[in-house]
Design a protein around this ligand. Structure first.
Ligand code: SAM
Length: 255
């Protein structure tokens, strides 16, 4: 029997590939990894479209109790659905390795990821440095890693993709991420980012109402990007064609 690891793409139930859909329909159990990213549609809509009941797999189940998923694949076909692509950003290599250890057959079915969808902004994908994640600050938890990563990438002339935190009841906006970056800058004072820095905010990439805006931190701090999901890009050294592309997204330009 087979464990199918299937990417769902970025927006709605119809972004699954035909190969992915056929595989889901072959499966007796369907799990959806539901904590690292999300689609813009409800679980019910997915269930109706795929014709299968879906179990929402939380972090605890995937990272600490993956046997619940893997053991089923010993005797049945199991689908493990991941929003975006299966091994992008958050990797599910642990699940893969554990299933392999148990001699489970695995089939991987890929899809679009945020890591490639940012290509639509027009910055050369080959010129991104390390990707970083911005968590919600909490009392006594204000990690400065995103700041350090941006600093290192800028030093090397590279662009930085900043992925933003998701909690069960909220998601981080571009505005919130920028405010937190300025907070770190105020502490560190290493001139990595200021209100004048040009940055790109993206929302709902891959959907019909996706939004990309380029402007200074000051301009983007109050701009309303609308519903989830959002991410942020800090450009490094720009080629003239990248500059030309960014002009399309300038915040003070009418759409
Ligand atoms: C862990 S990553 C996504 C990993 C996923 N497996 C993939 O391949 O896209 C989740 C973060 O990426 C960003 N993101 C994901 N989808 C997005 C979208 N459609 N538009 C904008 N940002 C997105 C958000 O910052 C979100 O919190």
């Amino acid at each position: 029997m087979t464990l199918y690891m299937i990417g769902l793409g970025l927006n709605d139930e119809k972004d699954i590939s035909l190969k992915g859909l056929e595989a889901v329909k072959e499966c007796d159990y369907v799990f959806l990894e539901g904590y690292t990213s999300r689609l813009n549609v409800s679980l019910e809509r997915l269930e109706n479209f795929y014709g299968r009941a879906i179990v929402l797999a939380d972090r605890e189940m995937v990272e600490n109790n993956s046997d619940q998923i893997i053991n089923k694949a010993a005797a049945s076909n199991v689908a493990f659905l991941v929003v975006g692509d299966i091994f992008s950003a958050t990797t599910h290599i642990d699940l893969f390795l554990r299933a392999k250890e148990k001699g489970i057959q695995i089939e991987m079915i890929h899809n679009a990821s945020i890591l490639t969808a940012v290509g639509s902004v027009g910055l050369e994908l080959y010129k991104y440095g390390k990707t970083t994640s911005m968590p919600f600050f909490e009392p006594s938890f204000e990690p400065e890693t995103p700041y350090d990563v941006i600093k290192m990438n800028l030093k090397n002339g590279l662009h930085t993709l900043v992925l933003l935190d998701i909690k069960p009841d909220r998601f981080m906006s571009v505005n919130h991420a920028l405010a937190q970056l300025l907070e770190i800058e105020n502490r560190r004072k290493e001139k990595v980012i200021s209100e004048k820095t040009g940055v790109i905010g993206c929302a709902r990439l891959g959907s019909r109402n996706q939004l990309i805006k380029y402007g200074s931190v000051h301009e983007l701090l109050d701009f309303d990007f609308g519903g989830p999901l959002h991410c942020l890009i800090i450009p490094g050294k720009l080629h003239f064609m990248e500059e030309e592309m960014l002009r399309f997204w300038e915040i003070n330009q009418s759409d």
